[in-house]
Design a protein around this ligand. Structure first.
Ligand SMILES: [Zn+2]
Length: 263
């Protein structure tokens, strides 16, 4: 007869490990409570459990294994995560699940914890977990995040003191690389701007020289009409031909100037 607790858990599609199961062949004792589980299934997940069951079988053939120092709720949560119910990793269970998965070498649970953490804030708290449990992808992503902090902000974080030297080294190296990349970006920009600046200067000189030529037109007797060509006097604004010649010259010079230089 199922207890109320078991019924509740069945409603959630979660196994009640405190209830006897005719197929369970080993009982884990946690905080004095029995958890009925299946050797073969657990052994598939954890080489530590496999070794434990093998040793237990050889030495005592006992069906009960005491797990001292473990929390009942945490062990049940771990079992829910590895049994077919595959309970999800969340903010509440991720820390102790990582610790248990590390102890029992349950790689798949570690991977699922890492995937969960990767979906959240990759802050220094996550970096500490990545550092502690060797979660490489999370480690790399958290280092990227830490690299974006200023050294002052980094040192102000509570977690700073717990960063291992190798982690600090990686962050500093990454910061140096970022600065080097930024410096070469600035250098490239500088070269491009210098090029642009030279181009504009040449353009300015060209326009200035054209304008100077235009200005000189009125002072150049050879640019006047055939009647006033040899005339050294000031330009005669009253002569229609002189004006037309100069006008044509100006028009020609202006057509050689670009219309819109600045885009
Ligand atoms: Zn004239």
């Amino acid at each position: 007869m199922a207890t109320k607790k078991a019924q509740l858990q069945q409603g959630n599609n979660l196994r009640d490990f405190t209830q006897r199961d005719e197929l369970s062949d080993v009982t884990l004792i946690v905080q004095g409570e029995p958890l009925y589980v299946h050797k073969v299934y657990l052994a598939e997940w954890s080489p530590v459990w496999r070794a434990m069951f093998v040793a237990n079988f050889r030495e005592k053939s006992a069906q009960e294994i005491e797990l001292p120092g473990k929390e009942l709720e945490q062990m049940v949560e771990l079992l829910h995560c590895i049994y077919p119910s595959q309970k999800a990793i969340n903010e509440e269970n991720v820390h102790f699940l990582l610790e248990l998965a590390e102890e029992y070498q349950i790689e798949k649970i570690k991977q699922r914890c890492e995937v969960f953490l990767l979906s959240g804030n990759t802050d220094l708290e996550s970096l500490l977990l990545a550092q502690r449990y060797c979660l490489d992808k999370l480690y790399t992503k958290c280092i990227e995040g830490a690299t974006r902090l200023t050294l002052e902000d980094l040192e102000k974080c509570d977690e700073f003191q717990q960063l291992e030297p190798r982690t600090l080294n990686t962050i500093y190296k990454s910061k140096i690389n970022t600065m080097r990349d930024y410096a070469s970006y600035i250098k490239e920009k500088e070269v491009a701007m210098e090029k642009e600046c030279n181009k504009v200067s040449r353009e300015r000189d060209r326009i200035q020289s054209k304008l100077q030529t235009v200005k000189m037109l009125w002072e150049t007797p050879s640019k006047r009409c055939y009647r006033h060509m040899g005339n050294t006097a000031m330009f005669d604004f009253s002569c229609r031909e002189c004006n037309e010649k100069v006008y044509r010259e100006i028009k020609k010079l202006c057509s050689e100037l670009p219309n819109n230089r600045i885009n």
